[in-house]
Design a protein around this ligand. Sequence first.
Ligand code: XIL
Length: 320
Amino acid sequence: VLKIGSAVAGGGHHLSQDYPDPFTGDAAYRDLLGREFTSLSAENQMKWDAIHPAPDTYDFAAPDAIAAFARANGQDVRGHTLLWHNQNPSWLTEGDHTPDELRAILRDHIQTVVGRYAGTIQQWDVANEVFDDSGNLRTQDNIWIRELGPGIIADAFRWAHEADPDALLFFNDYNVEGVNAKSDAYYALVQDLLADGVPVHGFAAQGHLSIRYGFPGDLAQNLQRFADLGLATALTEVDVRMDLPDGATPTEAQLTQQADYYQRMLEGCLAVDGCDSFTVWGLPDTYSWVPHTFPGEGAATVLWEDLTRKPAYLALQDTL
Ligand code: XIL
């Protein structure tokens, strides 16, 4: 059964935006999240800078709150993320560590975090955004790959698998919805890793789209080639933003196009055996990262700020 997920912006800790914590302070949102979704993703709360703020300090308060909420509502949890070039704490990025020390730090982190949530988190985005848009490994901005070489990616999957043999372990990235240089790079890497017996179980496209650009029409074909390698696939961070210069209100035409993009992403997933989750990157628009990250763009989620439904919500509902 396809899981329908949402990122959770709250959790009592580490909001990168300046809105109140929706997880504790917004009952209507919380009810909707518990009622309408079968999977939750931590928007920020399990990233390194949040969960591992000092060398010997882990902060599990927010991840535990998400896990408890999911348990109470019978939901799955997607863990996000273990090896990434962003949102790392400065003690890590600016620390003076030998390669051996860095390896031990990553291994301990993965064992500790994945181990703690074994049985609670069904899927982990082990490696996030390891390629750039040209399909080159991020050998400069990813501290792990830069300092330890590309083999560290296989190690991360192995350590995660040891810590929770039941969790499905994913690659996750943006701009890999369609067949292109970047998704080709994943396709090649995954084949190499599988040939080496590395426990890679899934390939996820984030699904951050803008109606400014065309829809990646070969989404199903792209997911299918990973499914044909035996992998699960997923859409993990779906949102569809639009240009709203000077705080403009979305037009009917924009909302229709947005609904079409959401619908086609869901259809792409439904067309592929083993596409097992479709997660929106937060809702309502109040809690969306988009206006903060893409100035002049917004309205990217399927719900208006007062939780009423956009055409995109209804399009998803019709498609399911
Ligand atoms: C974003 C969050 O939504 C923001 O709150 C945060 O400030 C930056 O990160 N790809 C990912 C996510 O894998 O972790 C990112 O989340 C969005 C892009």
